[in-house]
Design a protein around this ligand. Structure first.
Ligand code: MHO
Length: 154
């Protein structure tokens, strides 16, 4: 088993998503960025307009011996409301969509299984998308909560 793997999730404003994943045991690193759109090197300004197709996302590097991908999926679904389509609380637009960007077939099938399990009790809006180029966001967005304190949805 490799010593580290990547997982990429979108769950609304990426500030809080990064902070939550950084607290997880076995998560080695995390960065915020944009994924799943059509423009190269998008800026926050561009992504904000909801015209590039990108989602605000977090790329997590984890040690699979310490935390499983399934556990990261469970944490992801618990940290946001996956029933909201193209929004998360006050933040509205496809850039705030709930999405799992899978890096391989094992991740795709684990995420698909989790989505179908959750779908038994409520309508899940989470999209399952292949990992595409991940564009690291501007430095001031990295570890935003750690730098500024506070939480999201403001
Ligand atoms: N409602 C938040 C969203 C920021 S997030 C990086 C704000 O504008 O403060 O999309």
């Amino acid at each position: 088993m490799a010593t580290s793997e990547k997982a990429t999730f979108a769950a609304g404003c990426f500030w809080g998503v990064e902070a939550d994943f950084r607290k997880v045991d076995g998560v080695l690193d995390a960065q915020v960025g944009y994924i799943g759109g059509s423009v190269e090197r998008p800026t926050y300004q561009q992504v904000c307009t909801d015209s590039t197709g990108h989602a605000e996302a977090v790329e997590v590097v984890f040690d699979p011996k310490r935390v499983s991908y399934e556990r990261l999926l469970a944490i992801f679904f618990a940290m946001h409301d996956p029933t909201q389509k193209n929004r998360q609380g006050p933040d509205v637009g496809s850039q705030y969509r709930s999405a799992v960007f899978y890096h391989d077939e094992a991740q795709r099938s684990a995420a698909a299984a989790k989505i179908s399990e959750l779908s038994k009790s409520r309508a899940i809006a989470t999209t399952l998308e292949p990992a595409a180029p991940f564009w690291r966001a501007e430095e001031y967005h990295q570890q935003y909560h750690a730098k500024h304190g506070g939480s999201c949805n403001i």
